[in-house]
Design a protein. Structure first.
Length: 391
């Protein structure tokens, strides 16, 4: 961080970036490739274990673009299935969450266990050679980081913890298996999902957008970045005063295992493609950025924290979440106008700088996941960051 503050130019040998082509944000054909070959094959945060707290608890998750049931089975493990009966495709559940010992399709009464096995069919006598073993619910990959439940529609995807690579060990200090669910809020914004996601991968905008909030205590010039494989990354921004602590968190329960750097600075992790986690030792916001349409997205903000009691929350929580929402709105405020601008002939591309290299890293990974042979040459990003990726 001291080096970053003192430098007069990017590090020796750091590559020049080609412009990020405008079409990557507005071209419908490219965005279709992005949906099918990246979003549908990525590890995506679904919910917190507290949201399905008991055997038989379930949540219906639609953010991925497919209706997916996330279930706690009778042994207390987590599973995920498409909310799709294997008879004629009717939904198994219609509510957003619930409790059950199994699922019964409301259309024709086919019944399934919490493990997805078909157990009963109405008027079975009228089916010829119906093999129950071949009619289980279609499963979706479901794995966890502590109490955080992730899903992936790609059956061949690398296991989640291996996929995280070097980040996985570092996340251990946050005791994610012990943190409780506090709340979750969502915000629908009329812009391409990358317009907002980009803002959370850099601090170049602090002095313009967050003048009266985070720019008052964060030193963006000292920000340092680690790029990891698979598009993941970490950003650390120092406080302007080394002894500064957030007055809005004083007296709140702490995660005692958090180490010095994240305790005394602003750290933000990014799990590709859409999960941003800026932890503190007294609570962690989890942000997800979901595409709803080419020019619309949804931002979901979830808080988890140590020793949180929903029946008797710490008195600082109400103000803390209100302050956080104020900062979020500062980032959201210009998004509709940005979308209008990038859809105009005036937007030709993005010349990113060294501070914005996490965005370029994101686009390089997107091209890898789509496949270089499928990306239109005029919309491709030249891969130049590999020597700067930490393995």
């Amino acid at each position: 961080m001291a080096y970053e503050t003192a430098r007069k130019a990017p590090p020796e040998g750091f590559p020049a970036f080609s412009d990020i082509p405008a079409g990557r944000y507005v071209d419908s054909d490219f965005l279709a490739l992005e949906r099918e070959l990246m979003w549908k094959r990525a590890w995506l945060y679904a919910c917190h274990a507290d949201q399905i707290p008991e055997p038989g608890s379930w949540m219906l998750v639609r953010s991925t673009g497919s209706p997916i049931l996330v279930v706690r089975d009778l042994q207390g493990g987590f599973r995920a299935f498409y909310n799709t009966c294997q008879h004629r495709g009717a939904p198994l559940v219609k509510e957003d969450s619930g409790q059950s010992r199994g699922f019964i399709c409301g259309y024709h009464g086919w019944s399934y266990t919490l493990e997805g096995r078909l157990t009963a069919v109405r008027d079975r006598r009228d089916f010829v050679d119906l093999d129950f073993a071949c009619r289980s619910l279609k499963a979706v990959r479901c794995e966890t980081i502590g109490n955080l439940i992730f899903i992936n529609e790609d059956a061949e995807a690398q296991p989640l913890m291996a996929h995280l690579g070097p980040m996985a060990d570092e996340l251990g200090q946050y005791a994610l298996d012990q943190l409780r669910f506090v709340e979750s809020r969502s915000y629908d914004v009329p812009c391409n999902v990358k317009v907002l996601l980009d803002a959370f991968l850099e601090v170049y905008h602090l002095k313009s957008i967050h003048v009266d909030t985070v720019d008052r205590f964060l030193d963006h010039k000292g920000m340092t970045i680690t790029l990891w494989p698979k598009g993941h990354s970490r950003m650390i921004t120092p406080n302007r005063r080394p002894d500064w602590t957030d007055p809005g968190t004083r007296g709140m329960p702490k995660i005692e295992t958090v180490t010095e750097i994240p305790r005394d600075n602003n750290v933000s992790y990014h799990i590709f493609p859409n999960f941003v986690m800026p932890p503190s030792d007294s609570g962690i916001p989890l942000l997800q950025f979901w595409p709803v349409a080419d020019n619309r997205c949804r931002v979901v903000s979830t808080w988890i924290a140590p020793d949180y009691d929903p029946a008797d929350p710490h008195p600082r929580w109400e103000q803390r979440t209100a302050n956080w929402e104020r900062i979020l709105y500062e980032d959201l405020q210009f998004a509709p106008q940005i979308q209008e601008s990038i859809e105009s002939p005036g937007f030709r591309g993005m010349p990113l700088n060294y501070q914005e290299r996490r965005i370029y890293h994101w686009h390089e990974e997107l091209d890898r996941r789509i496949g270089a042979n499928r990306v239109p040459p005029a919309l491709a990003v030249k891969p130049v960051l590999d020597p700067w990726v930490v393995r």
